[in-house]
Write a protein that binds this ligand. Sequence first.
Ligand code: G4P
Length: 534
Amino acid sequence: MGLKEEITRRHTFAIISHPDAGKTTLTEKFLLYGGAIQTAGAVKSNKIRKGATSDFMEIERQRGISVSTSVMTFEYDGKLINLLDTPGHKDFAEDTYRTLTAVDSVVLVIDCVKGVEEQTRRLMEVCRMRNTPVMVFINKLDLEGQDPFDLLDEVEKELNIKVTPLSWPIGIGATFQGVYDLYDKDLRLFEELKTKVEAAAVHIDDLSDPRLDEQLGGDAAALLRHDVELIDGVYGKLDMGRYLSGHTAPVFFGSAFNNFGVKEVLDTFVRIAPPPGPRPTDHGEVLPDEPKFSGFVFKIHANLDPNHRDRIAFLRVCSGRFARNTYYHHVRLDKDVRFSTPTTFMAAAKTIVDEAWPGDVIGLFDTGQFKIGDTMTEGANFNFRGIPEFSPELFRELVNNDPMRSKQLEKGIRQLTDEGVAQLFTQQPGNKKIVGCVGDLQFDVIRYRLEHEYGAACSFQTMQAHKACWLTSTNDAVLQQFIRTKALQIVQDKDGNPVFIAPSGYMLELERRNNPEITFHTTSEFKTLAVDKA
Ligand code: G4P
């Protein structure tokens, strides 16, 4: 098979959701259909177990498991699907945001009882930044959820995306009878399937068909006819162009736990989801079918075995063919390196691969030469863009509790932040270190890992901080003046860029108003983000 064929048969995506909406359950059902696992329950949930939220030993255990489920590859309907896993816990949301830079589309799971939740909103903001195509699965229809029309309204308003339902539920909770597939015009009646793979379908082209009344009863049939008429009028047919540009999301209803409505999602996914597409770099776009290999690192797993300083860097192939034992160019280090044991992850088993194609994710053995965002090429000197850092939510000053182990602490915190566990800012004079995280748990993880992996002792001191803002201005003199006068609130990010730590939302607004020539960005890759082509 040539490069073009390899590209068009691939789909690389992630399933995202607010914790507990059903991401793990849906993942497992997809893998069952793909034949990657044989039994339900085989996918180890990578979420932190309930009641264990402050237990970072549990996180360490999960870290071990999640490396093997980082990329799940399976075949379905002639397509090769790479499903990238994302952490379930909201404190590790940044990891999810980075993973989203490596996918070509997403499936968003929403709990029909809870509707759009906090994490759903944030994840969708990230998808909207790069116009990632989104399919929505509204889950748990076997529970007493909200009215489906209300749910669609909520999705449109809260997530800033138009929707087109492709299936429609008949009743909900106790009255749930099944779904009508608006695309294939099949009626699927609900059974608690769990392990069986497909619900029997009755093809009903014309909804005035009396078989509908026989199957559903008069009232439910009348309601379905009424609903479908309304859907046709309000939402119309799916506009593929708008789906592919991330502006309209096809919506499905079902129950992942009962394996109901899942196959429709997967069947439609392989039909309409985009293959690997072009990727932005600082030298223009790179097309996947360019013959020369290129890719970028979006995730690093380190020190899984404390006895060996081994790390795995996850690289997404963006163009050309990657081959084992071949020298490639590490752009940031300006150095050629080769890999003798690149791995893929097929159903939790690591296998060495000889080649990989655009859309694939490979694990590279890393002795510390990689940072998140690094680009590898077949000689060219460009860098992939679009792996932003988002402003952390919590900021603490790192305090060294064992001055004899300063070197270890310095090395440890640098390596952990290279790995993306947290963001590190420094402040001069005094080389003060400020660690920024999304959630409290991350600080526990850092303290634990610094102690166990580097033998360093530290604590964290809380500080008054609301957001980190990267600064730009067309007037450099004004920017430098601001940096001087606000020296106490200015820090440097890992690349030496000036960052303003706003002590409160109010102060940030005030500074924005007082300094109209300066732009305060809450993501680091502001130049290539927020491009809404609508
Ligand atoms: P997550 O990865 O998004 O965090 O969610 P996960 O799949 O773990 O699902 C969260 C809970 O919701 C699980 O129950 C799961 O069984 C349940 N669930 C998933 N899909 C459905 C559905 O269609 N209907 C209903 N009623 N429940 C569903 P749990 O009790 O937290 O865990 P478990 O003991 O079942 O593993």
